[in-house]
Write a protein that binds this ligand. Structure first.
Ligand code: NAD
Length: 290
């Protein structure tokens, strides 16, 4: 008889809508199995209207925790007891941990990005980076980079509804951290070129480059890049975006979003289980090579 699930197995949930496409269940269950940990990770399609009941249910069932994705990331804090400093600054939660009935919200996207950079040997502490984006993922990266000790962050975004987000993030980071933070309109390509020229790392943290914007980039040509610049695109479908192709052409080291995806999961895994995810094994499973 199969022994994978027993009366002792603990549940970790993933609550979002839509969510059936997610690779998180496969990733976490593979890691639990590899380490012989008695947990099971399951995805549940939950929208905002059912979120409060879901969290109440998880509390009642003493579920160990869950991941939270859109549209629940910016709402779930209402039903939790505590927030990590990064989750508080981001106004978003992607991981919930239940410690004997006390539910704490964390955000591991930014931690995942910083850990993925470290794992790839890219050192940004005390240095300047330029990042495009003002949505959930971009904000998490900006907050964690500032908390971890990146010296200066230049943020660019198009003047859409997310620009106001970026203004709020900049104000919070100026108030709460020692990081120098600048904000510009992405339409100002001369400024973008100038900021990239004095940065060690350039990050795309927008949906540019993935469907429906696959094959597109807001960087017009290779003159924006130089060989000692590292370029990270947090998109991972496709694995090589138009931006990364251009950066490669300019001789830059390029990284896609798979590393961040793995390490945001690893950070959540550690919060629930107290154990390190078997990173090298998971890299093989997910076909991540630097
Ligand atoms: P979001 O909807 O919160 O933010 C979208 C961002 O894209 C905003 O900054 C918006 O201004 C920008 N944008 C939209 N259309 C644009 C355009 N035409 N030109 C320039 N900018 C444009 O989304 P999110 O959750 O922050 O995710 C952003 C991207 O990051 C997605 O592609 C997502 O798949 C990826 N992501 C990757 C990871 C990872 O672990 N690698 C984690 C989270 C998100």
């Amino acid at each position: 008889m199969a022994e994978r699930i027993t009366g002792h197995t603990e549940l970790i949930g993933l609550i979002a809508y839509p969510i059936r496409h997610s690779s998180s269940p496969a990733m976490h269950n593979e890691a639990f199995a590899k380490l012989g940990l008695d947990y099971a990770y399951l995805a549940f399609e939950v929208e905002n209207k059912d979120l409060e009941d879901t969290i109440k249910g998880f509390r009642a069932m003493k579920v160990r925790g869950c991941n939270v994705s859109m549209p629940n990331k910016t709402v779930v804090h209402k039903y939790l007891d505590k927030l990590s400093p990064a989750a508080e600054l981001c106004g978003a939660v992607n991981t919930v941990v239940n410690d004997n009935g006390v539910l704490t919200g964390h955000i591991t996207d930014g931690i995942g990005c910083m850990l993925a950079l470290k794992d790839a040997g890219v050192d940004v502490i005390g240095k300047k980076i330029t990042i495009v984006g003002a949505g959930g993922a971009a904000t998490a990266i900006q907050v964690q980079a500032a908390l971890d000790g990146v010296a200066e962050i230049s943020i660019f975004n198009v003047k859409d509804k997310f620009f106001e987000n970026a203004e709020k993030t900049v104000n919070k980071l100026r108030e709460k951290t020692n990081c120098k933070v600048n904000l510009y309109d992405l339409a100002d390509l001369d400024q973008l070129k100038e900021e990239i020229a004095s940065s060690v790392l350039f990050i795309n943290a927008t949906g540019m480059g993935m469907k429906p914007l696959e094959g597109q980039s807001y960087i017009p040509d290779t003159t924006f890049f130089r060989p000692d610049l590292v370029v990270l695109d947090i998109v991972y479908v496709p694995r090589e975006t138009a931006l990364l192709k251009l950066a490669k052409e300019a001789g830059c080291r390029t990284l896609n979003g798979l590393g961040m995806m793995l390490f945001q999961g690893a950070a959540a895994f550690k919060l629930w289980t107290g154990k390190e995810m078997p990173i090298e094994y998971m890299k093989e499973v997910l076909d991540i090579h630097y």
